[in-house]
Design a protein around this ligand. Sequence first.
Ligand code: COA
Length: 402
Amino acid sequence: MTTPTPIGIHDLELATTHYVVTLDDLASHNGTDPAKYRLGLGQDQMSFPAPDEDIITMGAAAAAPLLERNGTEGIRTLIFATESGVDQSKAAGVSAHRLLGLPSDVRVVEFKQACYGGTAALQAAIGMVSRTPNERVLIISSDVARYELDSPGEPTQGAGAVAMLVSASPALLEIEPIAGLFTDDVDDFWRPNDSSTAVVDGALSVSAYLDALTGAWDNLQAQGGPALDEIDRLLYHQPFTKMAKKGQAHLAAYVGSELDVTLPGEAASGGRDTGLALGTLYNRRLGNTYTASLFAGLASLLHQDDSLEGKRIGLFSYGSGSVSEFITATVQPGYFDSSRAARFYAELDARVPLDIDHYRELHATELSSATDVVTPRVSTSQYRFAGISGQARQYERVDQAA
Ligand code: COA
């Protein structure tokens, strides 16, 4: 019997927005204790898009360095996962495909199921590569998380994109074949077609997430997946980083295991260290990035822990509504690149602080497809949402702009 070729994530990159809102500023505006955001939610900042940025510009910005490093040969599929789509019909990835200069013989499609879409894309990509191992699949997970101003969800907004290249014999992570699945029709979070902000029942979304975690875990076990003590690191979808802590505590109690649940700024809890805190460091500065959130956590861990060769990581993906999946992966030799974390922290540090008045003004701005508009050049990104013309969104590469 031959061993199947390993398939998984060969390379991964992140991108975020031009602006950042500091949650201490939001707390002071709201008359809230800043500790509620820093410790109660585990969030310090939230990325916020400039008028000439959106999921497509962030997605292209994440994918461009990936393509520079790895070339485009063999990429015949681009899956764009998002829950903040900008069109009801055209896949966001088609615009990204042009911005990135990809060839025409690429199939492009958009995946949607709340924050779970990126994981669905990963499984679809693995299926495609297992059928045609010389092909590679580009996945872009990109989202702008928006809630109503002055709502409980407001401090958990954020924005960002992760691009991943899925291939045979991957350099970073082999995704193991057994997965735990859990689907349950629940109205915890959704965005109606006529609303630019999500509708959320916060308390229900937290309990639905925890129920889904144990549901997916049980299914992983039923399918013959690894026991908890055979998983070295654990990552969770992070709508706010405290949710990863809640998930870890819930899973540990459910399985009857002692796991460390300490986040930055907290007193050490004791228990086995599974990389919980390291996997939250990027997310506490990005805010919620919906489909990208779990993979931003993965990047945070892989960039900052140099001891993972041969180790197994468990990843829990949750998408409200709800669909969730628990997958496991093994870290490949030579995965660690000490320059990656410094580069991404430099990108986070380079964001321009947005004062609360300006943030609220931008948040309240809604573009209508019925009105032509040219957006001002604000972001320094190579990719730009240039405005609306004839009801169609316009995108340009800055080096190719007329
Ligand atoms: N210092 C430290 N912690 C504080 C605090 C303070 N001064 N004041 C409050 N907190 C803590 C609370 O004890 C609570 O902690 P706990 O969850 O461990 O009990 C936490 O801050 C949140 O406060 P709470 O008042 O319970 O909730 P909220 O009304 O602010 O709403 C969410 C929190 C997450 C429900 C809300 O942000 C939301 O709806 N987010 C969007 C949906 C979402 O992300 N869902 C997650 C699953 S997908």
